[in-house]
Design a protein around this ligand. Structure first.
Ligand SMILES: Nc1nc2c(ncn2[C@@H]2O[C@H](COP(=O)(O)OP(=O)(O)OP(=O)(O)O)[C@@H](O)[C@H]2O)c(=O)[nH]1
Length: 617
């Protein structure tokens, strides 16, 4: 590390006037991580030869997919007018599923760089993140990125940005994270514009936990923003929500590698290590204080993220069940938003019902299970949370269609979201058509500039969790962007559709759908299973039903499968081999009543993605 970088690591802390805490907020792919890389380079904390793209994205998946999932905090030195400032940058994720991470990071800052791609302009998450930043009273620095692109139109988008946040288009900085142009000017602007943190140095220590991650070697690493007082190594600290006390084994700052310091003071951002092994003991949003001289009032916390989407996760090989449990336990250590409990299914065997923040979260968890733990898993169709009231006025919460109460139903309520879609105005028609087909209600439309519109809809979350986003992208050639936030619940005419094989219900295929779409779902699933399930020795009806009423039916014709048919002649060893092989195959068969179904058939039926596309036609 360069001497200058070293200097900034000293407990500069002592003087909050020389600290600036900021984050970069942007729509996905507008270049936050690339800009952060340039800042690391320009401030000299990462040496040229150690530099790699997306330096702060540590997880393999983050690097490969080019997205940021976990927030990161780094401290950088920056000189301005002969003074060295400590800039704490908190990198935030841009995807809707991770909004809760963004809001946590924002609460640890005094200012935000609002980064917009100079070839694309304002997108849905630009707005969503900007509103979050304004709610947190942050100073906003508007910046256009990627000015090196031939397609960049900075004048147009500077006007759009100025129009959105007020001020003059000339105040909008222009940078390129790729070439580094304008980045030093931006860092100067951070020092100038963003207020220094305020706090009471002599008060009992109070630090806000904004992230906690599990590290296989060091245990839980807790990221904090100091508000009042001071924390030093070996001090005993207390978590204000649980009153649990721990000894501070290490305290330091990331620059960007962890560097232990002699302590953290007012306004500083850094990490704590106490040796605990479970992120739940170091809860995000909690306040850390001194156990001997504790503060009386905790800092205002964050609300816990609530799982929005549920899905069953099953090992493809049933003997992997214990490993799956272990893997989920491990993931939970670093992902407090992940929920799971054991569940069994006729079709898929033993598995877990898991709660996720959204579809991307689900995808990332399954991908991590496959990659980091070498597990092959199948996920059931995602479901949202329904409140079902039966005729005798009992209300049950249903996260799995198979828990849907039988008997007379009084009403079903489903979660709604307020969706904001940004797109060029030519696509308004097709977007509205899609939203209407998903039972959306138009709230309104705003023109951000001459040709870009923000369209707002209330839509059932259950209609968004399937392939809404893919549909939106394909209908608009990728130009539309989407953001949504919870908007309460609504009573809807929802029914449970069951799929029956020879009269036996196959739980993994039950779905809760709107009555108008029940028939389409029934036809689709029965058709798909008919194709996938091999013929049996008797005819097998495949039916879709709402309660006792059959709404669709197919049948699998009978056939005697004689593997020895091809073996005329007397080669007994060959016959034996074939019979052995057939036995092997049978092991992977699931019995539904008398029907033998290869597990692959269930898996293929579940992973078919044509489902919603058919419906939208
Ligand atoms: N030409 C050009 N391309 C850039 C610039 N900055 C970023 N990019 C490219 O834009 C893409 C997205 O950049 P990232 O830095 O990964 O975007 P991000 O905003 O961090 O994305 P998330 O972490 O997913 O939110 C990458 O392919 C970058 O190489 C720039 O200034 N000029």
């Amino acid at each position: 590390m360069s001497p200058r970088a070293q200097a900034a690591l000293e407990p500069a802390a002592t003087d909050p006037a020389r600290i600036r805490n900021f984050c970069i907020i942007a729509h996905i792919d507008h270049g936050k991580s690339t800009l952060a890389d340039r800042m690391l380079q320009l401030t000299g904390i990462v040496e040229e030869r150690a530099m790699r793209a997306q330096y702060l994205d540590r997880m393999d998946i983050e690097r490969e997919r080019g997205i940021t999932i976990k927030s990161q905090a780094v401290r950088m030195p920056w000189e301005r007018d002969g003074e060295t400032y400590a800039l704490n940058m908190i990198d935030t994720p841009g995807h809707v599923d991770f909004t809760y991470e963004v809001s946590r990071s924002l609460a640890a800052c005094e200012g935000a760089i609002l980064l917009v791609d100079a070839a694309q302009g304002i997108e849905a998450q630009t707005l969503a993140n900007l509103y979050l930043a304004l709610e947190n009273d942050l100073e906003i620095i508007p910046v256009l990125n990627k000015i090196d692109l031939p397609a960049a139109d900075p004048d147009k988008y500077a006007a759009e940005l100025a129009n959105l946040i007020g001020g003059s288009p000339d105040d909008v900085l222009r940078v390129s994270g790729k070439t580094g142009a304008g980045v030093d000017e931006l860092l100067d602007r951070v020092v100038e514009r963003i207020p220094a943190p305020k706090g009471d140095a002599s008060a009992p220590a109070r630090a806000m936990i904004f992230d906690s991650v599990y590290d296989a070697y060091r245990g839980v690493v807790t990221y904090v923003r100091m508000v009042d007082g001071k924390l030093t190594p070996r001090q005993r600290i207390q978590m204000m929500s649980t009153r649990a006390t721990h000894e501070l084994l290490e305290i330091g700052v990331s620059s960007p590698e962890p560097a232990p310091t002699k302590g953290l003071g007012v306004g500083e951002v850094g990490y704590l290590i106490t040796g605990v092994k479970d992120v739940r003991q170091s809860k995000v949003g909690d306040t850390v204080t001194d156990s001997v001289k504790p503060a009386t009032e905790p800092l205002a916390g964050y609300t816990d993220p609530k799982p929005m989407v549920f899905s069953g996760l099953y090992p493809i090989d049933a003997s992997d069940y214990p490993e799956l449990r272990e893997a989920l336990d491990k993931l939970k250590l670093s992902d407090a938003a992940l929920n799971y409990e054991p569940e069994t299914s006729v079709a898929l065997g033993f598995g877990f019902r898991c709660g996720f923040l959204g579809l991307l979260h689900l995808e990332i968890v399954t991908e991590r299970l496959e990659r980091e733990f070498g597990l092959d898993i199948i996920t059931t169709a995602p479901s949202v949370v329904y409140e079902v009231t039966t005729e005798d006025k009992k209300t049950v919460t249903v996260t799995n269609p198979s828990e849907f109460p039988t008997g007379k139903i009084d009403s079903v309520r489903e979660p709604m979201v307020r969706a904001a879609i940004l797109a060029p105005k030519d696509y308004v028609g097709t977007i509205m058509e899609l939203c209407q087909s998903r039972r959306g209600t138009l709230i309104g439309m705003d023109y951000l500039s001459e040709d870009r519109v923000e369209i707002k809809y209330t839509i059932p979350l259950g209609e968004i969790v399937f392939d809404f986003f893919d549909q939106l992208k394909s209908r608009t050639q990728g130009y539309a962007s989407l953001d949504y936030e919870p908007a309460g619940e609504q009573e809807s005419d929802l029914v449970k559709v069951d799929i029956l094989l020879q009269g036996e219900q196959v739980d993994a295929f039950s779905a809760i759908v709107h009555r108008d779409k029940a028939y389409a779902y029934g036809v689709l699933m029965t058709g798909r299973l008919k194709e996938l399930i091999p013929r049996q020795q008797f005819e097998v009806p495949v039916q879709a039903a709402i309660g006792a009423r059959i709404i669709a039916r197919e049948s699998i014709r009978a056939m005697r499968k004689d593997v020895l048919a091809k073996c005329y002649g007397g080669d007994i060893t060959r016959k034996r081999k074939l019979l052995e092989k057939q036995k092997e195959g049978k092991k992977r068969m699931k019995m539904v009543g008398r029907v033998e179904v290869p597990q692959e058939a269930f898996i293929a039926a579940l992973s078919g993605d044509t489902e919603r596309k058919d419906k939208d036609k």
